[in-house]
Ligand binder design. Structure first.
Ligand code: GDP
Ligand code: MG
Length: 461
């Protein structure tokens, strides 16, 4: 995510770090570079202008010039300004309303509305909401209603049926009544989009808005469309009282222009970002953390949150208990940890959030992917229960047998055993905090991105 921008800004700012003093001249040079980086990231021009102007002003103050670490100070100014253009703090959903609280989704076709309905349902459940209902007003594409039905089932949301021959406004009214009757806490209304902003679509969504009076009207937009995303957001914002934005497909967006432009252009907060096709690939949008990611400083907080959310808490608690009782962490536990990591949607996504890791070239990231996890699990599967419990017995002939059984090489088995030993040591250190603490430890252990990829660290990747 935001790889290009991170790389470009990273270069500019690294140059500064070493500089003893800032002069008008090198501030000017730096800002020219920053401007280029933002334009290349497809940030909207007025936003770029404003950004550069603000940073220049703050940077040319006496305090900065005289600062002992002027480079660092300028980086901080850039960081703070990034946070500011993205909206300072996370704004979450405001669902304080007589239930059912209605959320209306708006946006162009293919932007990710239907997927986001499912992701939001899951997110709301994780926030403690029990009963979520969803309904589709997309009567133009026959598959659209079915798509929502399938997703609803996956996330355990109540699906309120609708059909292609019904009017969107009627569907929405009926769904609202049904939701009231069934004591739904949150009703999410999916709508049809078009390929471009057109009057008919705007009229329809306006009517829907009037009919159901939503507490949240969320505009869903594909971040890959760069500054166009900001312009479309502007058009929708003029037609509808939007309460927030969901920026989808941030996982594929190397530039970041949309994330940086939307708030400034519309005045509306980005509340969530979509970071993958899976239903759990939704993150609350925290401007400060994103700024930190963009500047290559990592986002350990989001990582911890993600882990807390996705880790199987029961299993983690069980392991913690076992270790607290003084029992050994064995290869079976190690395998369980890796399965959980695989569950978290791949190591690549996690790596982006570690300090300094955002800049890793893709081929390195891909090397440490889930295939590696799959191989480690295969190796453990080829061991006997005794071997899993007492890895010390795994010597020459056993190693060959295990390698053969798992279709790997003896050196792979050796590598796994080494990683396991390191992990075991770490587990001992943390006195049984399980996955959660382990991940927290991860943030603390690798300031500035000192983690060597591809093994060697305390981790199986
Ligand atoms: P709609 O027409 O607005 O309802 O869009 P859909 O929800 O049907 O999504 C269109 C496509 O975008 C689908 O293939 C989704 O899987 C994909 N998609 C949606 N959100 C994301 C995301 O955050 N990341 C990625 N990579 N794909 C997404
Ligand atoms: Mg749809």
């Amino acid at each position: 995510m935001f790889d290009n921008l991170t790389e470009r800004l990273g270069k500019v700012l690294t140059n500064l770090r070493g500089q003893g003093r800032l002069s008008e001249e090198n501030i000017k040079d730096t800002m020219r570079e920053v401007r280029m980086a933002l334009l290349e990231a497809d940030v909207a021009l007025p936003v770029v202008r404003d950004f550069v102007e603000q940073v220049k002003q703050k940077a040319s103050g006496e305090a900065v010039m005289k600062s002992l670490t002027p480079g660092q100070t300028l980086i901080k100014i850039v960081n703070d300004e990034l946070v500011k253009v993205m909206g300072e703090a996370n704004e979450s959903l405001d669902l304080a309303a007589q239930p059912p609280a209605v959320i209306l989704m708006a946006g162009l076709q293919g932007s990710g509305k239907t997927t986001s309905v499912a992701k939001l349902s899951l997110w709301l459940q994780q926030q403690g909401k029990k009963k979520i209902s969803v309904v589709s007003c997309d009567v133009y594409r026959p598959a659209a209603i079915e798509q929502l039905q399938t997703l609803a089932k996956e996330v355990n949301a109540e699906f309120i049926p609708s059909a292609g021959d019904q009017k969107p406004v009627d569907i929405a009214r009926r769904a609202l009544n049904e939701a009231k009757r069934s004591f739904t806490e949150v009703l999410i209304i999916d709508t049809a989009g078009r390929l471009h902003v057109d009057e008919q679509m705007m009229d329809e969504i306006k009517q829907l808005h009037q009919a159901v009076d939503p507490v949240e009207t969320l505009f869903v937009v594909d971040s890959m469309t760069g500054q166009d995303a900001a312009n479309t957001a502007k058009a929708f914002n003029e037609a509808l009282p939007l309460t927030g934005v969901i920026l989808t497909k941030a996982d594929g967006d190397a530039r970041g222009g949309a994330a940086l432009s939307i708030r400034q252009i519309t005045g509306k907060p980005i509340k969530f970002i979509g970071v993958g096709e899976k239903i759990d690939a939704l993150e609350a949008f925290h401007p400060d953390r994103i700024a930190s990611r963009i500047l290559g400083m990592g986002d350990v907080l989001s990582l911890v949150e993600e882990v807390t959310r996705k880790v199987d808490q029961d299993k983690a608690a069980k392991l913690a208990k076992k270790l607290q009782k003084g029992k050994r962490f064995n290869l079976e536990d190690f395998k369980e940890q890796m399965l959980q990591m695989a569950n978290m949607g791949g190591i690549g996504g996690l790596l982006d959030k570690l300090p300094g890791m955002g800049n890793l070239p893709d081929h390195v990231k891909n090397q440490v992917n889930d295939k590696e996890i799959g191989r480690l699990i295969a190796i453990i599967n080829s061991m006997t229960p005794h071997e899993r419990d007492f890895p010390a017995v795994i010597k020459g002939s056993r190693k060959r047998r295990i390698a053969n059984g798992s279709g790997t090489q003896v050196q792979d088995v050796n590598k796994l055993l080494k990683q396991f030993t390191q992990m075991q040591k770490m587990m001992k250190k943390m006195k049984g905090g399980g996955m959660k603490k382990m991940m927290r430890g991860m943030g603390g252990n690798f300031p500035g991105g000192g983690m060597p990829p591809g093994g060697g660290g305390g981790f199986p990747f």
